[in-house]
Ligand binder design. Sequence first.
Ligand SMILES: [Zn+2]
Length: 273
Amino acid sequence: MRNPVSTSGVPTNTVTIVQYGTRQGHKSEVYLNWGIYGRPDEPIGMDYFVWLVETPTGTILVDTGFSREGGANRSRTFLAHPVKALAALGVDAATVPEVLVTHAHYDHIGNLDAFPTARVTISAAERDFWSSGMERRAQFHHSVEDAELETLRRIEAEGRLRTFDDELEIAPGVRMVRVGGHTPGQSIVLVDTAEGTVALASDAIHYYEEHDDDVPFAYVADLPAMYAGFDLLHAMVTDGRVQHLVSGHDPSTLDRFGRIADGPLPGLTARIG
Ligand SMILES: [Zn+2]
């Protein structure tokens, strides 16, 4: 991976959005109680991403995508296995030092065992919830793989798991903030770059429509917290704390930030910073 240097020559952070999967669905499946809005049901795609943050002090990976098993169990389509996608970008999973986990759903923590030396950071609320017994209830269990939650516990037993309550500075200009809602410890990652601050919303905002039209996602642990997450991100964009809002799953995401057609993973990446 290139050494991130801004046009002024000062080392800075960059964000690469990497798409690794996709699926098709309908709005009535992805939005909570879609029928109450009186709007037509329509097909809607869902794309799957991991986010690579290159900093002057090292590589930070935000989420690890779904695994072969986790994807197959839900008939999701791989465009590139996340670990192979990273390799194509010059990042060796075996030596990635820092992995941030925005939440523990199957499409965000699959493949964690491919990062054997990484320190893994997750909010304490998220870590606690998925060992509370609640993870066995059908509405929550649907979104996780038992083996992957076990991997998270093993990483903790190995002393490689770091937790935080509300907010944590990961590196200069890189912060993780818990917002809750979608899951109890759902977090966003804020990255200062030469092009402004990027909010990697992950599943605090799956779709831009969620944020723009105030329509919550179908899978939600705490609805008021999900709405509060929308409000927080709205405020950050409006008052200039955030210049680039990156959704967790919206198919328009790469085009918004400039899909890179050539080089490795043609058409599957975009870069900010
Ligand atoms: Zn997700």
